[in-house]
Write a protein that binds this ligand. Structure first.
Ligand SMILES: Nc1nc2c(c(=O)[nH]1)N[C@H]1C(S)=C(S)[C@@H](COP(=O)(O)O)O[C@H]1N2
Ligand SMILES: [Mo]
Length: 517
């Protein structure tokens, strides 16, 4: 390939990438006037999440934790740029064919947008407009990428160099439009409603039942152990929503229906006028690997789901509640866990603030003793009382257990893996949890020695994790390793048998190696 040809090919590849960016960027900013998934980027991301094999989703959650969406965006950007570059090169040779392909891609995107639960026909407008603009950009760029045949030979500049400035100018303009609209579109809130203001405006009533203050004795006082209450900003986040649903509390309502005697509809002003209760509850993700940090404890404020269900009066044959979020996520919760004496909440507050948008504003469920995927529906709008043999939930359809009770587990926070410590007494500490059963004991084993009992912090409630601490005396220089196991209030000893998170949480003991000098 001649240098000339190569340079034109490179320009065409750039043209393809810029045109794709113009398409997606303009459509994205236009979509701010429509439903969230009217943005082809958002709709594609959500569709990828929904359709990706659950093994891939599990891998993304357990490997990247709360960053899994960032990783998805970066992968989409790289994949998309490669495709667009190829299309640009094709356009350099056969502009007509490439234009048809570009339009077909636009049509596919329209299909992807219209398939989302939150879109209607009118939400195709941004994608249609974006496709048109992207196509125009592609055409203009590819034409400019080729040196003009009409440039006279008398011209001192070679044709390729003469056209360089025009091409670069146009490509830069296209990039600016795309990047500018993406940055603007992603940084400003929807024009229709500003959810940040709504969160700020929502005034939580004071609880009718206040949670007891966390005593100092709930912490073992070791630096490096995850704090008993997890800050909202530190709380892990796992969900299938690429873009957080933005619900207006004034328009929000929860509908309870299905196998019930009375359908119930409750809106935010009624919910806030009810006697709300505050409870400390540890929430955990079923995908948490052994030793992982996909769990946290918050003081939740909400109304007991038990009371709401009592109004609806479930029929005797019902055994499950399928809760549904505004974006179509579902969780199947055993009816019993929502009607027995435990503090299952329709929560509106988290650690003294309205729920952060990422954690379900304006309302979500929190159920002690069950993993989040079968119980903790965020942005919840519907409770369908049903039966396990009549309906299945989002993650059950992807191979996970339909009931998801929390398994007893424990974690070493101190020392850090592979930390180097000085000889002498070594402080080992962490947390253990078996929500709604409670932790009775924690045992520690150093260097394959005997299992030794750890000191426990005081128990705040059976629904929360419990800190523990153990001092390994007179550690000698060299390599050491430590394992931990918890014992529940029911006498169940945490198993050492290793098992993957799917279908009902990882098992096995957390082990840390450390070095003493
Ligand atoms: N609407 C909605 N709610 C959801 C999910 C989701 O994907 N969508 N994920 C669930 C899972 S798997 C977990 S572990 C918890 C996590 O809650 P958090 O993000 O507030 O920590 O939310 C649950 N509620
Ligand atoms: Mo989860």
């Amino acid at each position: 390939m001649s240098p000339h040809r190569l340079s034109v090919t490179l320009r065409c590849a750039v043209a393809g990438v810029v045109a794709a960016a113009v398409f997606l960027g303009l459509a994205d900013i236009l979509a701010r006037f429509f439903a969230p998934s009217a943005s082809p980027l958002v709709a594609l991301g959500n569709t990828i999440i929904e359709l990706s094999p659950s093994a891939l989703q599990d891998f993304a959650i357990s490997t990247f934790g709360s960053n899994n969406k960032l990783v998805l965006f970066i992968s989409m950007a790289i994949g998309g740029a490669l495709l667009a570059a190829v299309l640009g090169i094709v356009a350099g040779r056969r502009l007509k064919i490439a234009s048809v392909v570009f339009s077909v891609i636009g049509l596919v995107f329209i299909g992807v947008v219209l398939r989302r639960p939150d879109t209607g026909w009118v939400d195709a407008v941004p994608t249609v407009a974006g496709t048109g603009m992207g196509l125009a950009a592609l055409t203009a760029l590819v034409i400019t990428a080729h040196p003009k045949a009409s440039v006279s030979s008398a011209n001192e500049e070679p044709p390729l160099a003469a056209s360089r400035r025009a091409f670069l100018g146009l490509a830069a303009a296209g990039t600016a439009v795309a990047v500018g609209s993406l940055a603007l579109g992603r940084s400003v809130q929807t024009f229709a409603q500003d959810v940040a203001t709504a969160v700020g405006r929502l005034v939580l009533p004071s609880p009718a039942v206040r949670a007891a203050a966390i005593p100092e004795s709930a912490s073992v006082g070791v630096n490096g152990v995850a704090s008993f209450i997890t800050d909202n900003s530190e709380f892990y986040r796992i969900d299938t929503a690429l873009v957080v649903p933005e619900l207006n509390p004034e328009e929000w309502s929860l509908r309870i229906h299905g196998l019930v005697e009375n359908e119930v509809l409750i809106d935010m002003s009624e919910l806030l006028s009810l006697p709300l209760e505050e409870h400390h509850i540890t929430l955990a993700c079923v995908s948490n690997p052994v030793g992982g940090d996909l769990l946290g404890t918050a003081t939740w404020l909400g109304y007991p789901v038990r009371e709401l269900l009592a109004r609806a009066n479930p029929l005797p044959e019902a055994d499950m509640v399928l809760s549904r979020s505004s974006d179509g996520f579902t969780a199947s919760t055993p009816l019993e866990a929502l009607t027995d004496s435990r503090s299952s909440l329709l929560a509106v507050g988290m650690n003294g603030e309205p729920l952060p948008v990422q954690h379900g504003f304006p309302a979500r469920l929190v159920v002690p003793g069950l993993y989040g995927y079968v119980s903790a529906t965020k942005w919840v709008v519907e409770l369908e009382v049903t039966r396990f043999d009549l309906a299945t939930a989002y993650w059950t359809d992807r191979g996970w257990d339909e009931r998801g009770p929390v398994l007893v587990s424990s974690r070493i926070d101190v020392p850090r893996a592979l930390e180097t410590l000085s000889a002498g007494d070594v402080v080992i500490a962490g947390s253990a949890w078996a929500q709604h059963v409670g932790i009775e004991a924690v045992e520690v084993q150093v260097d394959d020695g005997e299992w030794e009992p750890a000191d426990l912090a005081s128990e705040v409630s059976a629904d929360t994790w419990r800190q523990w601490r153990y001092v390994f005396p007179d550690a000698e220089p060299g390599r050491h390793w430590v394992s931990v196991r918890a014992v529940t209030a029911d006498g169940e000893v945490q198993t050492g048998e290793r098992q993957d998170p799917i279908p009902n949480a990882a098992t096995g003991r957390h082990r840390i190696d450390f070095q003493v000098e």
